[in-house]
Write a protein that binds this ligand. Structure first.
Ligand code: ZN
Length: 239
């Protein structure tokens, strides 16, 4: 099994690894801090360094059939190389972490205020969006959401990662309120992100350690995505 280092430590920017499979322009490592595209969070980019030469990593994805985490390179990795040093593009990743955590805060605010669940989300380096099962969303509500989220962020809540057995997670009322049922049945251990004293959700992504790192959020757009579905876009500013 390939170990996902970023799953336990989202602040790991560099790491050493061995190549376990070399497909030329794509390699599989024994462990990696590169996040692969999943759960609305884009892959990391960065580089693998070997024998003093840099090999830019342009994509990281999970190959469906094999489950391999493939690091796609700009150019071929020579077959004689076995050890590499990985470096994450931190500016991009940290943008993902801040916006990802901002979405957790927003989703909790919307759940508490309107009892609305999340139906989808997409994170970018400098913005993010989230879809809610909401029939309407007026300007006053948007202003309220933004204020509540910023109040929570300013409190400086610490975050923590937990690995919880599926049966236990399915009995946790906090988790049931978020869409834990969407986690495939084959997954026996569920990774959860706690914003201590504020929120708990099943999630596989990378998050900041303290909500203060988000800065503050600004809701930049709200639009209807069909009946009973509203999309909210935000930017995390002033980190
Ligand atoms: Zn998350």
């Amino acid at each position: 099994m390939r170990e996902m280092l970023c799953s336990k430590d989202s602040y790991l920017k560099e790491f050493d690894a061995s190549i376990v499979k070399n497909y030329g322009q794509e390699v599989v490592l024994d462990q990696t801090a590169f996040y692969y595209t999943s759960g609305g969070q884009p892959n990391d980019t960065g580089k693998l360094v070997a024998e003093g030469k840099e090999y830019p990593v342009v994509d990281v994805y999970r190959q469906k059939e094999t489950g391999e985490i493939r690091h796609k390179l700009k150019e071929e990795m020579p077959s004689h190389i076995h050890a590499v040093h990985g470096v994450i593009d931190w500016k991009r990743r940290y943008g993902h972490m801040r916006h990802h955590t901002a979405l957790h805060v927003l989703s909790r605010v919307v759940l508490d205020a309107y009892n609305a669940l999340v139906t989808g989300s997409q994170i970018y380096e400098e913005r993010a969006r989230m879809d809610f099962s909401l029939a309407e969303l007026n300007d006053e509500q948007v202003k309220f959401m933004e204020e509540k989220a910023n109040q929570a962020i300013a409190k400086g809540f610490e975050t923590a990662v937990h690995f919880i057995a599926r049966e236990e997670a399915l009995q946790n009322p906090e988790l049931i309120r978020t869409q834990i049922n969407l986690v495939p049945e084959s997954v026996k251990t569920i990774r959860c992100i706690e914003i201590k004293g504020f929120d708990l959700q099943a999630c596989g992504g990378t998050h900041v350690k303290n909500t203060k790192e988000i800065g503050s959020i600004k809701i930049t757009n709200v639009e209807s995505k069909g009946q009973g579905k509203r999309r909210v876009e935000l930017v995390a500013e002033n980190p």
